[in-house]
Design a protein around this ligand. Structure first.
Ligand SMILES: O=C(O)CCC(=O)C(=O)O
Ligand SMILES: [Fe+2]
Length: 386
């Protein structure tokens, strides 16, 4: 039967047919969810365009700073203060659960589409068997040797009290094996190319390296305050991360072993809006469901995180040691983020000679090209500058 046009309706054409099949109901539900997500994103980014709003903004002057921050930005730093001590409190109270207790949270896997879905929904995903046991052994061996040498030289960076954790900074200067892993060569990380593809989707082509360091956590070490890894950027955050911290698990990650604590889903809403804005109640997120969890992953897993996710190093209560390499990658226009990373400031010539073109690009230290490029060629020919 043909549907009649209802003249009193606001629709100008034919009225839509009421769907009968469950297939079209599903499709409409999806469309509806998509539209709701778009509306909530638009609300989050609504712009005031009236004259009164312009007048008060102009009167306020350049006010992207919060009056406290030295970096002239409304940074997440003060917002994060509400979480001071909360990881320790929850750990002591036994309130941090292993992520594998929640059947909906990410599990290690190799299917790219499923990994992308986890990353979008929860702010992290776990690449299964990203390194083989042999590759792990070779890297741990080199890291332990380097860590020992730095302690001997009294230049070691101890990051937890009573020397229960050590940071081995600037790994790209400290071994070919680390350089190869940083640029995802299958010789150093058997599933590195998948990690590379995911990072390229997260940050776009030509992403850079913020830092690559070794993390050695013994019993009693590892605990950090909860934070985000892009806290230096002004809030509110755009609907995408500026970078991604990835963690190569050289040993098994779980609550007792000092796995990374994180709040799954704290990075964004379904529509892409940020959770981080002035006045945000972060404690509610930490105490909610699933709340703060310890990421479970067997040795060999690579954990990819969205830099907007709330997380921190977890306390190791078990005996023994947690070994990992943490690499922070950034969109191509962002410089090294980690305050400790000085890797790009001084690269000895002997190491520079060993760097691949991609590593140089990642580190932002390509040598300048002595041949003039593009429009500058004609400039040189015409000597317009003299
Ligand atoms: O090592 C970890 O588990 C996390 C460390 C971390 O979040 C960081 O160094 O920014
Ligand atoms: Fe972090």
């Amino acid at each position: 039967m043909k549907t009649q046009h209802d003249p009193s309706s606001s629709a100008s054409g034919e009225l839509p047919v009421v769907p009968e099949s469950s297939e079209s109901l599903d499709r409409l539900r999806q469309e509806n969810a998509q539209l709701r997500a778009e509306i909530s994103q638009l609300r989050a980014h609504q712009t005031e365009t009236n004259d009164a709003a312009w007048d008060s903004a102009m009167q306020e002057g350049i006010a992207y700073a919060d009056g406290v921050s030295r970096t002239s930005s409304l940074s997440a730093g003060r917002l994060l203060k509400q979480l001071n001590g909360i990881a320790k409190q929850r750990q002591e109270a036994g309130l941090i659960r292993n992520s594998d207790e929640f059947d909906y949270l990410p599990r290690p896997q190799s299917d790219q589409a499923a990994l992308e879905a986890d990353f979008v929904r929860w702010g992290y995903c776990l690449v299964k068997d990203a390194m083989s046991p042999k590759q792990i052994n070779a890297q741990v061996e080199r890291m332990v040797e380097q860590a020992e040498a730095e302690r001997q030289l009294e230049s070691a960076i101890m990051t937890s009290k009573k020397s229960t954790a050590q940071l081995v900074n600037n790994l790209v200067l400290k071994g070919q094996i680390f350089r190869d892993a940083v640029e995802f060569k299958p010789s150093a990380a058997q599933n590195g190319e998948l990690v590379d593809r995911l990072l390229t989707k997260i940050m776009g082509e030509g992403f850079g390296l913020g830092c690559a360091h070794g993390s050695i956590v013994h019993q009693g070490g590892g605990l950090q305050e909860l934070h985000v890894d892009q806290a230096g950027f002004p809030m509110p955050y755009p609907p995408f991360p500026f970078g991604s911290l990835i963690i190569w698990c050289y040993t098994e990650f779980n609550l007792e072993n000092g796995a990374t604590y994180l709040v799954p889903g704290s990075h964004r809403t379904a529509g892409g809006a940020t959770t981080f804005h002035d006045g945000a109640d972060l404690v509610r997120l930490v105490e909610g469901e699933p709340g703060l969890v310890a990421v479970c992953a067997p040795a060999g897993t690579c954990i990819l995180t969205d830099t907007r996710i709330l997380h921190g190093g977890g306390l190791r209560t078990a005996s023994g040691t947690r070994y990992a390499m943490r690499c922070h990658y950034n969109r191509w226009f962002v410089r090294a983020l980690h305050e400790q990373a000085s890797v790009n400031h001084h690269v000895p010539d002997s190491v520079y000679a060993l760097l691949s073109p991609r590593l140089k690009q990642m580190m932002g230290i390509e040598r300048s090209n002595s041949t003039p490029v593009g429009e500058l060629r004609s400039e040189e020919a015409n000597n317009v500058n003299s």
